[in-house]
Every structure is written in structure tokens, then in C-alpha cells.
Write a protein that binds this ligand. Structure first.
Ligand SMILES: [Zn+2]
Length: 296
């Protein structure tokens, strides 16, 4: 499948649109730094990572819409203290001027965490991103504890990059994040990249906690080191998988991720119901837009 074919594929499935829980929109200055990091991917990741959608914001939005994405969660994340609150303000403005963007927020362990997370939730944030690897912080940090509690209480999903892939961080590993879930068992957590490469550990958490999900971001794609087989565990939890892509910072076409998901659906245990759930219904329900997503 090519990008130009995605929209008619989505329509052909009878879906009102795609809901993507894992895309990135950031302040221009931050995005430049992220792209510069990927430009050095050979040093940073050991593999070239040519960003496929290196365009200005308007063009990136136009492209997403051209694929039939009707709602998406634009995710931001800090790599140092003193940055999260500013990112939260930026993303609130971005969502206010972008009707198909769901308002999101992020966090970092610092004295102000609880108060700016509370503020973001009050202002309508419907998704919180935590990047344990880039942030280099311990998700069990005491400054985060009340914030996790607030997010759990609000029933807002936290998209958490806590796996070892593509790079290990000081506090990555699903065993570490499992301790956060032990303290906050009602937290709605979406394990970004399905916890890559620890798919088994990710689905152990899914089986233990009814509010734990995985996103599809970069899972099963034809890029980087070979991944463990995702399907054998996933078929037992088809309603706990949500579309995520990492657009625009991907080294292949958006269509490729969808192709991978479509391939999973060919398994007789899954089928069209699975596609509808992953690509639309489950992410819409998590983001609290299940009722209004069809209106666009
Ligand atoms: Zn991402």
C-alpha cells in the first residue's frame, strides 16, 4: 500500500476515519533538535533514519488528513526539567487551533509536576505522554507519584515509552514501569511501541491490568533490527491494541504501518472487527472522542 491509497482503503473498510494515538507535533525549535538527532541516527541508533515527512507544520497536517486521519493525539515530551509546563502550554495552543488534534500534556519529575499536570487535566488534556528513555528519569520518582494518581483518577490515557527499544535508558524496562502500575492499578496506560522489544512483558501487563493497552507504533515494520513475533500474544487481546505511528518522524511511508496491521488482521482469529477496533474504536474510546469522531 502507498500513502496515496490509504484514504480509499480506510473508506473501503467502512471506517469513519483513522484515530492515531501516537503522532508528534512540537514547537519548531524542539522539532529541529529531534530531527537533528535522527540525522545522526547512525551514531545514536546504529542505523540511518531518514525522516520521511520533513515538512512544515501545515504540510504535515495536510498529509495526515489526506490519509483519512480524523483525530490524533499530538505528543510532546521533555528531555530536561523546566520544559514540560512550557510544552503543555504550546500543545494546548496547538490543539486549540487544530480541531482534529486532541489536547495532550506531558510530565517530568520536578517539584511542579503535580500542579502543572492538574492544570493540564483541568484544561481538558485527554492524553499524557511520558518518555522514560529520552527523559532519562525514573517513572517511580516520588515527584511523579501524585501526578500518576491524578491521571488515573481522570481516566486519561498515559502513552508511556518505557521499553528498551530503540535505545535503553537509565530507567527503561517494563519491570520498572510495572512498579508504577502496582501503585496505580487503575491507571490507563498505553505502552508505546507495545513495550518493544519486550512484547511478552507488555502483554503480561495487559493481562494483569484491565486498563493497560499497547500502541502499534513501529511494531512489525520493515526497519531496524528484527523484532520478536507480535501476533501470538496479541491475538488474545485484540481490543487492547491501538493505532500509533510516530508520524512524522518515521523512515518509511505512513501506509507501511497500516499494511502491517492489515496483515495481522488476516489471521482468522482477528479479521475486520480487529481492524475497526485498532484503527478507530479503541483509540477513540481511550481519547474520549468515541461519540464525536464521526461528526467530522
Ligand atoms: Zn513517539
Amino acid at each position: 500500500m502507498k500513502d496515496s491509497e490509504v484514504r480509499s482503503w480506510v473508506t473501503g473498510l467502512g471506517l469513519p476515519g483513522l484515530v492515531d494515538i501516537h503522532v508528534h507535533f512540537m514547537p519548531e525549535s524542539v522539532l529541529r533538535k529531534v530531527w537533528a538527532y535522527f540525522d545522526n541516527a547512525r551514531d545514536n541508533y546504529g542505523v540511518d533514519w531518514p525522516i520521511h515527512y520533513r515538512f512544515d507544520e501545515d504540510e504535515r497536517l495536510r498529509l495526515l488528513r489526506s490519509f483519512g486521519v480524523t483525530r490524533f493525539a499530538p505528543l510532546v515530551y521533555p528531555h530536561k526539567p523546566g520544559m514540560a509546563e512550557w510544552l503543555n502550554e504550546w500543545i494546548r495552543d496547538f490543539a486549540a487551533r487544530t480541531p482534529d488534534a486532541v489536547p495532550t500534556a506531558t510530565l517530568f519529575p520536578e517539584p511542579e509536576t503535580e500542579s502543572y499536570v492538574a492544570k493540564a487535566l483541568d484544561a481538558g488534556a485527554r492524553c499524557v505522554k511520558a518518555h522514560v528513555q529520552i527523559g532519562g528519569y525514573d517513572p517511580r520518582a516520588s515527584e511523579l507519584d501524585n501526578a500518576w494518581g491524578l491521571i488515573a483518577e481522570a481516566g486519561v490515557p498515559a502513552v508511556v515509552h518505557c521499553g528498551h527499544g530503540p535505545l535503553r535508558g537509565a530507567f527503561t524496562g517494563l519491570d520498572v514501569f510495572a512498579e508504577v502500575l502496582r501503585r496505580h492499578p487503575t491507571l490507563t496506560a498505553v505502552l508505546a511501541h507495545a513495550g518493544m522489544p519486550e512484547f511478552d512483558a507488555a502483554f503480561d501487563l495487559v493481562s494483569r491490568y484491565p486498563n493497560v493497552y499497547v500502541d502499534t507504533t513501529m511494531v512489525g515494520v520493515d526497519f531496524g533490527t528484527p523484532q520478536p513475533d507480535f501476533l501470538p500474544r496479541m491475538v488474545h487481546f485484540p481490543d487492547r491494541v491501538v493505532l500509533g505511528t510516530d508520524f512524522p518522524n518515521i523512515p518509511y511511508e505512513y501506509a507501511h504501518q497500516l499494511e502491517v496491521i492489515a496483515k495481522w488482521a488476516e489471521d482468522e482469529r482477528l479479521g475486520p472487527d480487529f481492524l475497526r477496533a485498532v484503527l478507530h474504536d479503541t483509540p477513540a474510546q481511550l481519547l474520549g472522542i468515541a461519540d464525536d469522531t464521526d461528526r467530522r
